[in-house]
Design a protein around this ligand. Structure first.
Ligand code: ADP
Ligand code: MG
Length: 559
């Protein structure tokens, strides 16, 4: 053994550990799910790296996970022969929370256990869940490809610090020994452990081995497989229970909560592939992080190829999680091959269709769930029309807006709803953009629309101006900003309205001339407006001017 040091956890880790142990205690058995899930990920990573470098397998390509317990020592052990970790990797992955969104997460904690448990779940508990049941955790690991003298032992009691030293490790991969707390003997039981594995980890597509019972009912020398160990997505839909779908989701998505919805399909024909795609319930803390992880896993004929195959999902659907399994790609695909591949393009187009279809169904059949989806991911979906030209109309149908019809800030009006309420003679879909909902809702530009009972969409998300520059029409109706260009309500205005407007214009002729003289170069024109009923004046942009708010943004950015 060598170079032993004792290091402190990042402050946040200690805080997280403490919170987690209390908040998740009622669901403590999930520690096994989390550790098995990590073991499976480690095997996937090894498989991926071995595509480029066969030697990493060290002649041992049968990847497996072992779970055993020792009554006398009061330990539970989880072992894998996956990728393992170097000393630096242990410090980085286990000693720190490198996740983006960490600050935000801590700022949202309330001290209320039930609420915080939710947040912690959303943030991801992972490895640290071991400390819910263990008073001491010993992790021994060796990175694939490094010599046996490069083993690492990490030991911690889950308080403020951990020790780390270099040890001899004959086997590649990671072993985690949990020294159970005084009251946790229930886990020193072969049936109990099997039960937990079946419940949460049956779908792990690698064998999970436990020692078979000997004739005294004690763990013997033989190992047996205790999970189904086949690829869930390769089974047929009617054989899979919802519960299995949900547990599989938690593993692929690294989520603690159930998914909102999923779609599972086998595509046959010119190309053959299977997709199992999930919509999460909540946005992860790193939704806005460009280096986000855990997207779509790519498999070829049930062999894991890679995580986060970003070529398989456009950015505006980056919240989708799941698996795509191709029957046609070669097993030795590389990231480079994926960049420009007809098969990948085909699977991507097919997967996008499945997701959009799933969302349409959700909107139709479970409006409340759709609304929850929209509040979590609506802002991301709004990038869709700009990014995905081919599916623009379908994405537009999924958009939801705040509107003068409800008067609320909640975005729950679809374009189809809007069109259904359009007035006789109304030709366009009217909208206004502003930098807050209140500013949009109280804009003087809306006065004339209120007077005529015409609905206006109230847009105030950062992305809205960008969105509207890529949406020109929906269902044959053009979009029209109420604050740009000349206002022509066309057939919506009565003859009397028009005459009143004309005479008003004549009467105000003098005032207009004086205003023009006074404002001079500062304005392009001064006109008598028919937009207003209560306010004395408002500023109007030319049809092709950027909206005021966009101008402000650019000015702030120093343009
Ligand atoms: P997550 O699985 O969401 O990344 P975890 O807390 O479960 O978060 O694990 C943290 C990290 O520790 C993993 O991302 C991985 O890099 C590393 N890790 C955990 N367990 C293992 C293991 N058995 N083998 C190799 N690396 C592991
Ligand atoms: Mg994990």
């Amino acid at each position: 053994a060598g170079h032993k040091e004792t290091l402190s956890f990042q402050t946040e880790v200690s805080q997280l550990l403490h919170l987690m142990i209390h908040a998740l205690y009622s669901n403590k058995e999930i520690f096994l799910r989390e550790l098995v899930s990590n073991a499976a990920d480690a095997c996937d990573k090894l498989r991926f790296e071995a595509l480029a470098d066969d030697a990493l397998l060290e002649g041992q390509g049968e990847l497996e996970i072992q779970v055993e317990f020792d009554k006398a020592a009061r330990t539970v052990t989880i072992r894998d022969n996956g990728i393992g970790m170097s000393r630096e990797e242990v410090i980085e992955n286990i000693g720190t929370i490198a996740k983006s969104g960490t600050k935000e997460f801590f700022s949202r904690l309330t001290g209320d256990q039930a609420k915080d448990a939710h947040l912690i779940g959303q943030f991801g508990v992972g490895f640290y869940s071991a400390f819910i049941v263990a008073e001491r955790v010993e992790l021994t690991t060796r990175r694939a490809g490094m010599g046996p003298e490069h083993g690492v032992r990490w030991v911690s009691e889950g308080t403020g610090e951990y020790s780390i030293e270099t040890v001899e490790a004959p086997h590649r991969g990671t072993e985690i020994v949990l020294h159970l707390k005084a009251d946790e003997d229930e886990f020193l039981d072969g049936y109990r452990l099997r039960h937990i594995i079946t419940r949460y980890s049956d779908h792990i597509p690698l064998p999970i081995h436990m020692r078979a019972f000997d004739d005294k009912g004690e763990p013997g020398d033989e190992w047996e497989t205790v999970n189904k160990a086949n690829a869930l997505w390769a089974r047929s839909r009617n054989e899979i229970k919802d519960e299995e779908y949900r547990e599989f989701y938690k593993h692929v998505a690294h989520d603690f909560e159930d998914p909102l919805a999923w779609t599972h399909n086998r595509v046959e024909g010119r190309q053959e592939y299977t997709t199992l795609l999930y919509i999460p319930k909540r946005a992860p803390f790193d939704l806005w992080d460009r280096d986000r992880r855990h997207g779509i896993k790519l498999y070829v004929r049930r062999v894991f190829i890679m995580d986060d195959a970003e070529q398989l999902m456009p950015a505006y659907l980056r919240f989708v999680r799941g698996v795509v399994d191709s029957s046609d790609l070669p097993l030795n695909v590389s990231r480079e091959i994926l960049q420009n591949n007809r098969l990948i393009d085909g699977m991507r187009a097919g997967s996008v269709k499945k997701v959009l279809g799933l969302l349409e169904e959700l909107a139709k059949d479970k409006p409340e769930d759709y609304q929850a989806f929209w509040s979590a991911f609506g802002q991301v979906m709004k990038e869709g029309p700009a990014e995905d030209y081919a599916n623009r109309a379908q994405v537009a149908g999924l958009l939801r807006f705040a509107s003068t019809h409800t008067g609320e800030a909640t975005q729950n009006v679809s374009l189809a709803d809007y069109i259904g309420r359009m007035k006789e003679g109304q030709k366009a879909i009217y909208y206004i953009t502003a930098d807050s909902h209140a500013a949009a809702a109280h804009s003087p530009h809306l006065e004339v629309f209120r007077k005529h009972g015409v609905e206006v969409l109230l847009l105030s998300d950062r992305v809205d101006e960008w969105l509207m520059s890529h949406l020109t029409e929906f269902d044959g109706k053009p979009f029209k900003s109420v604050s740009k260009g000349a206002l022509d309500l066309g057939e919506l205005e009565s003859e009397a309205d028009k005459q009143a407007a004309e005479s008003a214009e004549k009467e105000a002729g003098d005032v207009v001339a004086r205003l023009k003289a006074a404002l001079g170069e500062k304005v392009e024109d001064v006109r008598v407006s028919h937009r207003l009923t209560d306010s004395p004046a408002c500023i109007v942009l030319n049809e092709h001017d950027m909206a005021l708010y966009m101008q402000q943004l650019l000015r702030q950015a120093g343009q």
